[in-house]
Write a protein that binds this ligand. Sequence first.
Ligand code: DGL
Length: 286
Amino acid sequence: MSAAGGSPRRDAPLGVFDSGLGGLTVVRALRAALPDEDIVYLGDTARVPYGTKGAGTVTRYALGCAGHLVSKGVKAIVIACNTVSAVAPERLRVELDLPVLGVIEPGARAAAAATRVFKVGVLATAGTIASGAYTRALAACSTRIEAYGQAAPLFVPLAEEGWTEGEVPTLAARRYLEPLAKAGVDVVILGCTHYPLLFDVIEREAKAMIGPNVTILDSASVVAREVASFLRERDLLRERGAEAERDDVARTGRTHLFVTDVPKTFEETAARFLGEHAGAAEQIDL
Ligand code: DGL
């Protein structure tokens, strides 16, 4: 995870953005790893999905999202979206005067540490797979690793719909895992914000098709751990107040949600990704 430095402040919020609400899976992991951080989240719900769009368009959208977070005084930006992390982080680092952390390298590092046969599968959007970003990140970890990418576009609407069990997701998982099973991978990276919601069905099918020892890697928790060490190393962690310490409060950090459109099913969808009630979101124009 690389970053460009500015002069950020410990008490400032952490900025997180995604093409839509799927990035709340990363917020969920960040809230667990960093319970005292304030988070400003922006979901570009008016323009989701990014995964089917070209790199130039995604980069332009990402610059708009990041600009909004900067205007909220964030101390660092976490790109929750794999597609943006695949095509736009360097441009964001050039344009912004604060640390920008993506999700590809942490996932690749965890996969490289987990593989025993040096064959890693990646399930992601068409845009992420086409960018070759995971292949490059895995090669940077070890030149012995062979990466096998598989676009899994149906997983995004299935996760949005909450259709995460039963015949349809099972058949989709089988279809997407087939080339990875043929290649003989022993680790499968879930390289998209939405896929952790389908973890159980993907893991079950992968174990049946690849073998019981296959590792399914949900990069959200890996990313959260790396963000935590990044903030700690740079003395950017927000301190827990004395009162919270005394009262043993579980979480002092607040999360402020911004969206570019309020989907009809906002509450339900947001809660599904966040794992708890999300509260209201403020709609903005980019
Ligand atoms: N957030 C995207 C990602 O992680 C998935 C949804 C989309 O296509 O915009 O790649």
